[in-house]
Design a protein around this ligand. Sequence first.
Ligand SMILES: Nc1ncnc2c1ncn2[C@@H]1O[C@H](COP(=O)(O)OP(=O)(O)OP(=O)(O)O)[C@@H](O)[C@H]1O
Ligand SMILES: [Mg+2]
Length: 463
Amino acid sequence: MSKNILIVDDEDGIRYSLRGILEDEGFDVSEAESGEKALEHLNEDQPDLVFLDIWLPGMDGLEVLDRIKKEWDWLPVVMISGHGNIETAVSAIKKGAFDFIEKPLSLEKVVITAEKAVEFSRLQSENKALRTRIAAEQPARLTGQSESIDSMREVIGQVAPTDAWVLITGENGTGKEIVARSIHSQSQRADKPLVAVNCAAIPEELIESELFGHEKGAFTGAEKAQEGKFELADNGTLFLDEIGDMSLKTQAKILRILQEQRFERVGGRKTINVDVRVIAATNKDLFQEIKNGNFREDLYYRLKVFPLEVPPLRDRNKDIPLLIDEFITSLNRQHGFKPLTFTEPALNILTEYSWPGNVRELKNFVERMLIMFGGKEVGPDKLPPEIANGPRIEKPETDQEQLPLPLPEGEVDFKKARADFEAQFLEAKLREYKGNVSKLAEAVGLERSSLYRKLKAYEIQVD
Ligand SMILES: Nc1ncnc2c1ncn2[C@@H]1O[C@H](COP(=O)(O)OP(=O)(O)OP(=O)(O)O)[C@@H](O)[C@H]1O
Ligand SMILES: [Mg+2]
């Protein structure tokens, strides 16, 4: 297949001779006499290669190059440089131009450069396609070595083969979908499809046809019969995502289908039987939603055969460095970024940040840093302020560990318990020393004045 080349130059003579050289080599050539015209052309149709003059009236070559790199970054651009323009040509290369040729044009150089550029762009897109395929073929992998992830992995291993329905809960971005996929891939249905339905994204009036399919002519616009998600998931897994965002009306419909595993397509009369395993997920507290009258209790119990809670990232922050490594590796494989390292102090900040958007926020952050600082080392000064100065994980209270008595958690106010204990202790000791505060101070290792303050605070009588 012949390759298309766009020549951008205001000089008729240059366009004419370039066209001649390139057409002789079998390229298809189009022309633009200004940067503005070139962008217009590119908006409609992208060639395989652009020859771009550096000096143009109006928008100049470097500006055009910037625009091309922004919108069509895969498109190779060869700069045409006049005499004494070499420095500019070099800076164009830094901005992402593939190469440059000098005026007066050398026939040989033009042809070789054009062929090299087209080959380069072919290899690049092949590479990209390969990377995307590799990424798509990666199984759902749950990264983490914290106790909570370990035990979740264990639970997944136990529940996956049982065919039980699972309700996954957890904050936004904690990894609910990855957990659902990992259950499916370890189940007996692994070689059948997992069909995901985002309940929040489907408009109310379309939900029935989306889930159950429709017959031809069932409604205006139904030009042919279509299978619904339930049918597509037959013998596989149906992943009902964002289940807390379904309207009550839809909940009623879903409940009936889930109980019967039988339904009719919209506009159809034939009953269709399916065998699906349902995994549902939500970031809402469904129990609260039931109380507020937004979620059906019967549907809740139907779905919650096996509840699985994915903990927020701040409760397993020991996994953060591991996740960062994992994302650097996988994003590099996918997009070919240069590797990136975080210094120890930067890593400490990242580990203590509370990540309200959880693993998704962390992954997006890593991607942003790879784009900005690929190939470099990132210290605290390069971290975005919203993270460097953002909310921190609260340190666990050390008070609790120093308590003299093991007290049931959650039922006692620890501070008060300790104060009560101390007051009783001091009162008893004071009696033992027959009211001699100096002796008591020595025995408990406190300064007299501090002891007096404590006794006063505890309202212990000193005579
Ligand atoms: N433990 C993990 N290991 C590796 N990647 C993870 C892990 N947890 C989450 N991710 C990644 O983080 C992103 C968010 O995860 P996922 O979509 O599963 O979260 P979610 O809980 O469904 O989020 P939301 O509530 O926003 O839909 C995904 O790109 C996922 O691959
Ligand atoms: Mg999700």
